[in-house]
Write a protein that binds this ligand. Structure first.
Ligand code: SF4
Ligand code: SF4
Length: 353
């Protein structure tokens, strides 16, 4: 089922790109428009079902499937007439500090020279705004950098867990740090999952972390990869049309929406690229939601978010390899010194402090 879904997603993004291609003429353009509309509808339907916490809470499997089928017409009406904004993933960047410094970090964290923890009050306000602007969020991911470097992680996770339209809260950690007993005891457990990236020898606390989580009855998933793909440095690739299409059709981060500095971005590479000055700041590539408390502000943010999510590509996509299959696979989590950053212009590794 998940490989069928991935195939549909890939075809959907490809048809969106083709439908927006100025060089393509009728009837091919019409064909891709209809295909994008149809696949977009199917994918929204899947998200409506996936994000419906009530349907998933039905214990009997037959009753659960029957309820999902019965809900399909309602979901279809909601999509056609109300255009709900359901996100399969929204990541909150709580810090740009990290306990590792991976040369090929797919979020380009090692390119950031000035790292920081974001103020707690801003993060909590951003969670409030996101929950007001988006209808449903399936996975709300708390990450960085390394989120466990913050002492107030339980306050952030608990604030997100309290939102009825967030299904799961995941703390994404690299297995190098152990949260304190008091932090683990303070965490609300009902929606919480730890997702531990296993970077082999670098994730040197992974076994102790698993034991600790078992002790506190906190579920966890271990995410293991035998090799990484290289998104390359944030430099303008001057792609031909074909190269850009190929790069985008293999991008694995098309639904990795991020909440960073009070705005929702389509992926981390957009905000990191803008932050370090490598990528032009195009305001249509993200949506500001910070402290949007009034109904009018929420309405406008929703309108902008729908437009942003509909875009077939973003400025940063011309500066990113999008996991091009022609790029060789690279070793997992290759390190550069912790006190260093990569200068995107020269590619040199320089001292941060
Ligand atoms: S652990 Fe590595 S891949 Fe993860 S955020 Fe830190 S630098 Fe990036
Ligand atoms: S910048 Fe574009 S190609 Fe790169 S990861 Fe983000 S969506 Fe994919």
């Amino acid at each position: 089922m998940s490989s069928f879904l991935n195939h549909c997603k890939r075809l959907f993004y490809k048809s969106k790109l083709m439908a927006s291609d100025k060089k393509l003429r009728f009837p091919a353009k019409l064909y891709f428009r209809i295909l994008a509309l149809f696949l977009g509808f199917l994918l929204e339907l899947e998200k409506e079902l996936r994000c419906n916490a009530f349907l998933h809470s039905i214990p009997n499997p037959f009753l659960r499937i029957a309820s999902k089928i019965a809900y399909l017409p309602v979901a279809a009406v909601r999509i056609v007439f109300f255009h709900p904004i359901n996100l399969t993933q929204l990541g909150l960047i709580v810090t740009t500090h990290c306990s590792l410094n991976c040369l090929h970090c797919c979020d380009w964290i090692p390119y950031i020279k000035e790292r920081k923890h974001f103020p707690l009050s801003d993060l909590l306000a951003d969670i409030d705004s996101a929950a007001a602007v988006v209808d449903k969020i399936y996975n709300f991911d708390i990450f960085g950098g390394e989120p466990l470097l913050r002492k107030d992680i339980s306050e952030i996770a608990n604030h997100a867990s309290a939102k009825p339209n967030i299904n799961h809260v995941r703390i994404i950690t690299n297995g190098t740090l152990l949260p304190s007993e008091s932090v683990l005891s303070a965490l609300k457990k009902d929606k919480l999952v730890f997702r531990i990236s296993d970077y082999g020898e670098y994730s040197n606390k992974i076994h102790e972390l698993k034991k600790l989580l078992d002790k506190h009855n906190i579920p966890y998933q271990v995410y293991e990869l035998s090799a990484w793909s290289d998104l390359g440095p944030p430099l303008n690739r001057k792609y031909t049309r074909e190269e850009l299409h190929r790069s985008l059709s293999h991008c694995f981060k098309r639904e990795c929406n991020d909440l960073f500095g009070g705005a929702i971005y389509p992926c981390a590479n957009v905000h990191t690229g803008i932050l370090i000055g490598a990528i032009p700041d195009n305001p249509s590539d993200y949506v500001n939601i910070r402290r949007c408390g009034t109904p009018d502000a929420i309405k406008e943010a929703r309108r902008n978010l729908r437009c942003m999510l509909k875009k077939p590509l973003y400025t940063a996509c011309c500066y990113c390899s999008g996991s091009d299959p022609d790029f060789p696979e690279i070793p997992v989590a290759e390190q550069i010194p912790l006190n260093s950053y990569i200068d995107f212009k020269s590619g040199e590794i320089k001292k941060r402090y």
